[in-house]
Each structure stands twice: as C-alpha cells, then as structure tokens.
Design a protein around this ligand. Structure first.
Ligand SMILES: Cc1ncc(COP(=O)(O)O)c(C=O)c1O
Length: 432
C-alpha cells in the first residue's frame, strides 16, 4: 500500500476505527497524491517560467484558447479553460458547504467535511461505490429506486442491491429497513434517496425520527453503517409535515458507528442537468478537521483516478449563481412552478382517478415524479399504446407508470391522465 494511503488510514483509525472498517479495499488504498506530478505542478504555480503542467498558454500567460469558444463566454478565461482542482473549486466547495448548513439547520455546528466536487451525482455515487463497496457487499435500499444504481454499484463494484419494500400501506416501511439492517453481518451500507425516484415520496417528520432511531439502535448493537443519502431532488417538498432537510442531518452526529455521506448537487435542484457538478460530503459523530481532510483526500484521489477533475466552466457558472443576489428568489420561483404542477396533478388524480379501475396512486409528496401502480395491466403495453395512439411518453417501470410532471406544462396534465386512463382501457380490452 502506498505510504500516503497508509498515513490517511492510520489517522482515520486513530480518530474512529469504525470509519476505517467501513472503507472498501479500494477505499483503503486510495489517497490524493501530494507528491509527484500534482505536487510539482503546484510548486511551479506563479513562477515566472512555468513549464510544468500539461496545458498551453498564450504569450501573455492567459490560457491558449479558440476564439469560437471564447467569444461565447463572458467569464474570465482563467475561470473556464484551465483544469479545476480534483477537489473542485475551493470557493464553490465553501459556498456549497454554507448552503448545506443553511438548508439543513439541525446540523447546527456539527463538523462536516468540505464538499468534494464530483461529475454530478452519478459520479458522486460511484465514488461512494469506490470508497465503501467491496465485491459481494450488499447495499440496502427501497425496492423502488433509480435503476442506474444497478450499473453503479453492481456492475462497477460487484456490490449487490438488497431491497426492502418502500411502503407499508401509505407509509414509509420502517420495519423493512430495520429488518434489513439487523440481518447478519456487521458492515451495512444503506442508500436512501428522498425525494425518491421514481415515486416522488419523502418520509414524514415522524418517519424520519423512526428511521433515525432504527439506525441508532443498530449502531448501538455494534453494526457499522455507512448511510448514503442521494439528495438529487433536495428541496422540492410540497406538503406540510414532510421532512424538509436531508436525512444526512440526523445521521451526521448520530453515533460513532454511523458514517453519513451526502451526495448532492446542482443537477436537479439548480436545474443544471448538463453541467455535471455534484458534491460528496462526509460526517460522523467523531468528525473533526483531520478526519474530514482524510476523507476529502480519499474522495479527491478517487476523482483524480477516475475523471481527473470536473468541468471548470460549470463550476464557475454555478459559483456565479450562488453569489448572485437573485439566486434564492429565482430558485424559489422555479420551486413554486414545480409545486403548482404537483398541485394540478393532485387535483386531477384525486378528483377523477382516485377510484380508477386501472391503477392506484402511489404515495407522493415531493420531487419531479409520481407513479401509478397498474392493476394487472402491463405497463410496457400501456407505454406503447400511449406512444403510438396518444402521442404521449411516460416511463414504464415494472408494474408502475412514472409520470415526470416536472417536465409538463400545467395545461397538459389533465390530458396526460386522460390519455393514460384511455390507454389502460385499450390494453385491458385488447383494443389497439
Ligand atoms: C435519484 C437520482 N440520483 C441521481 C441521479 C443522477 O444525477 P446526475 O445527473 O447529477 O448524475 C438521478 C438522475 O436521474 C436520480 O434520479
């Protein structure tokens, strides 16, 4: 093992051996190289003659660049063309950390790491796989989940998704989580994604208290738990009584055996899908600056060995947004727009389809989506009929139809559900 990795491991072990125990083999081996090329590049920064790094410069020392690109950008070339650090732009990391605290007030002053920038959330989750998942490790999560988790954790790292039913009746299935968590084995990896894709469900405040107790009890019983939160749709909560913070908040300071890992970013909550900027942030009961730095080094090392670093242009654009006095107000307007679509969906489905003979409405209160659970009708067949006969696209996931009302003008919502109802009728009658 590289001595730099060994050093990080030793520090982590000294502060909290449970955190070390949660690292995968890859996670134990990774480090951010502070010697070698990166170090030499940093040493040369600011020197009159810098012939060290693999970039090209104009004669005036600014980044060498093509006019066709430069003409489109009104940010300084130094903020867009050069490589960003593998950790991400420091100003962006710091402002995002502040934003996390602001949006999750119950974190209080409890230490959290400085967020490391990832190539959006998919990559942040992949870094979690890298750091924590060994071949054969199970990743506990609800049975309704973002399908890409399979490629992310199973194909890439040899993990195995282990599901529990998301719902018990109309509520979050806390017992299902408890059962999975208390199954044999001391290391547990749990992934929770709220607002959930595909259902658009976020647990209530009471359910989150129950989840927190379950995790704490398991940790008390000696389980070592890495609790990953996929906060892709953070902030889009439309009903009272629904938990508004990330589940990272109650986990951060819960128990020394619980390592909380927050994966979040601009993609969905700042409507910047193609920018590819996300973050990974750690916390633990015994978190201090040193442990934070060790985990940041490991995450940044994994980023470096994976995609080297993340888009500088996108990071700079987002930094501009987060520093803009209009940011919060503008964002609030967009949340209101999505909420108004949610309300329209609610009005339509509760008004007309609550007793549909073709589908049940899956509990939802947040996010981009809602689902209909078909009653003995094939969802893929319904999808085909919707495409071919009704000029309508939805997602078919098992026996669910997922409706992304986030992407639909409000005045089309009524027609969408009418089309779904009609397509279900057609499929049931074999009439298409
Ligand atoms: C639950 C969830 N997590 C993560 C992602 C991926 O986000 P990103 O585009 O930032 O990689 C998605 C995208 O659909 C998602 O639904």
């Amino acid at each position: 093992m590289n001595p730099q990795a060994e050093k990080l491991n030793q520090l982590i072990r000294e502060i909290n051996p449970s955190v070390f125990d949660l690292l995968s083999y890859r996670g134990r081996n990774i480090f951010f190289p502070t010697k070698g090329l990166v170090k030499q590049g940093l040493d040369a920064k600011g020197k009159k003659i810098n012939a060290s790094i693999g970039m090209a410069m104009e004669d005036d020392g600014s980044p060498l660049r093509l006019k066709a690109i430069d003409n489109k950008l009104n940010l300084p070339p130094e903020e867009t063309f050069p490589y960003a650090s593998s950790y991400g732009k420091n100003e962006l990391r710091d402002i995002w950390k502040e934003i996390i605290r602001e949006k999750n007030p119950t974190l209080g002053k409890h230490p959290i790491s400085r967020p490391v920038v990832t190539n959006a959330l998919t990559h942040g989750l992949s870094i979690c796989g890298y750091l924590f998942v060994n071949e054969g490790d199970k990743i506990i999560m609800p049975d309704l989940f973002w399908g890409n988790y399979k490629l992310l954790f199973e194909n890439a790292y040899g993990g195995q998704l282990e599901h529990f039913p998301l719902f018990s009746g109309q509520n979050f299935n806390t017992e299902g989580l408890k059962e999975r968590l208390n199954s044999p084995g001391m290391k547990k990896i749990v992934l929770l994604n709220f607002p959930n894709n595909p259902t658009g469900y976020t647990p209530t405040e009471i359910e989150v208290q129950e989840i927190t107790t379950i995790i704490n009890d398991a940790a008390e019983n000696g389980k070592k738990i890495v609790l990953l939160t996929d906060d892709a749709y953070f902030g889009l909560v439309y009903e009272p009584g629904i938990y508004r913070e990330s589940i990272f908040s109650p986990m951060a300071n819960l128990h020394k055996n619980v390592l909380a890992v927050k994966v979040d970013g601009a993609t969905k909550e700042d409507y910047a899908w193609g920018f590819r900027v996300g973050f990974i942030t750690f916390s633990n009961k015994l978190m201090n600056d040193e442990m934070a730095r060790c985990l940041e080094d490991k995450a940044a090392g994994a980023v470096r060995g994976n995609v080297s670093n993340c888009p500088h242009l996108s990071q700079s654009l987002l930094l501009t947004a987060y520093n803009s006095p209009d940011y919060k107000e503008d964002k609030e307007r967009k949340v209101k727009l999505l909420k108004s679509r949610y309300e329209k969906v609610k009005e339509v489905v509760l008004g007309k389809y609550i007793n549909s003979e073709y589908f049940d409405i899956v509990p939802n209160n947040s996010g981009y989506f809602m689902c209909l659970k078909l009653k003995g009708i094939d969802a893929e067949e319904v999808r085909q009929v919707l495409l071919n006969k009704y000029d309508t696209g939805i997602m078919a996931i098992g026996d669910l139809i997922r409706v992304a009302y986030s992407s639909l003008a409000t005045d089309l919502i009524e027609l969408l559900f009418e089309n779904i109802q009609n397509a279900c009728h057609d499929v049931k009658k074999g009439n298409y």
